[in-house]
Design a protein around this ligand. Structure first.
Ligand code: ZN
Length: 410
């Protein structure tokens, strides 16, 4: 086994000697005893080169687990005494095997980092590798935490997510590069004042390079643009526009549904087949299937026509939704806002109209969303990863550790 480690780490075979080929079991661990006998070319003190052997220095290095138990390399490092100045020197172990002053081998550290990148809790991962969780925390603590203030991307996607208990704000803040999808910054407070202070740390020239700020439309970061990114334009995330439309429609559908008796077929149909109404009508197929709830043969196409005709309000709202979604899909912003401007307020409920008109108030940023390829998809994806990490790791007590793991995952 030691042969393979030597090969993998490019260790010099002539410097090593091992009593046994395989590690031996000692209680609940394996141990492999080796001697390290690298010599000095010259004495580090007087630079002459004649030595006597002078005992050994023990060193324990943890390898990756072996047959389900922790495995250690017990190294006896040969020490040398200079024949001229009499000082004793001990050779350093190669950095490719273990770094100075640490107990975990480089191989083990690599595995720990792999584990830190995975969605697994530290205690569980530590059990897998047969190491103490402290080995994990030690590595996390060695990671640099300082933010760099020398670069900002042209397209900055920002969002917020629920963070750890020790955060100052309730929500944490995440910013990513909209083109390379790299993590730009992760802050434990999304409040505006905090963000402004943070971004003002970037030199003005760097901040001027930001051309677009992509965010969901409820986020209120307009002031951030004014104060930190004078060259940037706001882009509303496309997905959130569609979500706003479908939510408005769904709310209306529930209202209309409640006009019917809960045992009526109309109520049941609107309750169970609502997602057909949200589909792109052009994609609804005419293939017929037997619906037990309807007690008749139907197709997605016919089903939509039947459902929307249940009330005049539903009919009108569905027409508006379909037209708006189609315009949006075709990136036709002119048509899209025309539809919103021409809503029949006397027919449609106020909440529905308001939700659509809210979009009109974001005209400039939605227009940009339709004419640029950028969306917040990367941040949403990252947020999902973060959620998964939090779920398996049973929450993080410290934001700094959480942040480091997210950086590793990215
Ligand atoms: Zn000497």
């Amino acid at each position: 086994m030691f042969d393979s480690i030597m090969k993998e780490l490019f260790l010099q075979a002539q410097d090593w000697e091992s009593e046994t080929l395989m590690p031996l079991k000692k209680g609940k661990r394996y141990e492999l005893k080796v001697t390290y006998k690298a010599t000095f070319k010259a004495c580090p003190h007087c630079h002459k080169s004649k030595f006597h052997k002078h005992g050994t220095m023990p060193r324990k290095v943890q390898l990756t687990e072996y047959l389900g138990f922790p495995c250690f390399l017990i190294i006896a490092i040969q020490r040398y005494k200079c024949c001229f100045c009499g000082k004793v020197s001990t050779p350093e172990l190669p950095e490719s095997l273990v770094s100075k002053g640490t107990k975990d081998s480089v191989l083990l550290k690599k595995e720990i980092i792999l584990k830190l990148k995975s969605k697994q809790s530290i205690s569980e991962a530590a059990r897998d590798l047969k190491v103490s969780p402290y080995s994990f925390y030690r590595l996390l603590n060695q990671m640099p935490t300082k933010d760099h203030f020398s670069f900002l991307p042209e397209v900055l996607c920002i969002d917020e997510f629920k963070a750890t208990g020790d955060c100052k704000g309730k929500m944490a803040f995440i910013a990513m590069d909209g083109q390379t999808h790299k993590l730009v910054s992760l802050l434990d407070d999304r409040r505006l004042e905090h963000l402004v202070t943070y971004f003002l740390k970037f030199p003005r020239q760097v901040r001027l390079k930001v051309k677009m700020l992509v965010m969901d439309m409820n986020a209120n970061y307009g002031a951030l643009i004014k104060r930190c990114f004078p060259n940037a334009q706001l882009v509303t995330d496309r997905f959130h526009v569609v979500q706003q439309l479908t939510r408005a429609f769904n709310q209306l559908r529930v209202q209309e549904m409640k006009q019917f008796d809960t045992h009526s077929p109309q109520y049941r149909h609107l309750k169970y087949y609502w997602n057909y109404l949200l589909k792109n009508f052009d994609d609804c197929s005419e293939n017929r299937f037997y619906s037990r709830s309807l007690r008749q043969w139907t197709s997605s196409h016919d089903l939509v026509l039947q459902l929307k005709a249940y009330t005049p309000v539903l009919d009108e709202a569905w027409e508006v939704l379909q037209a708006a979604l189609t315009a949006f899909r075709k990136h036709d912003d002119q048509k899209f806002f025309e539809i919103i401007d021409e809503l029949k307020e006397e027919l449609l409920p106020e909440t529905f109209v308001k939700k659509f008109q809210f979009l009109a108030s974001k005209k400039a940023s939605i227009r940009l969303a339709l004419h640029t390829p950028y969306s917040n998809g990367c941040v949403e994806g990252m947020n999902n990863k973060i959620k998964a990490l939090k779920r398996v790791a049973f929450g993080f007590r410290r934001f700094s550790n959480f942040k480091k793991r997210i950086i590793l995952m990215n």
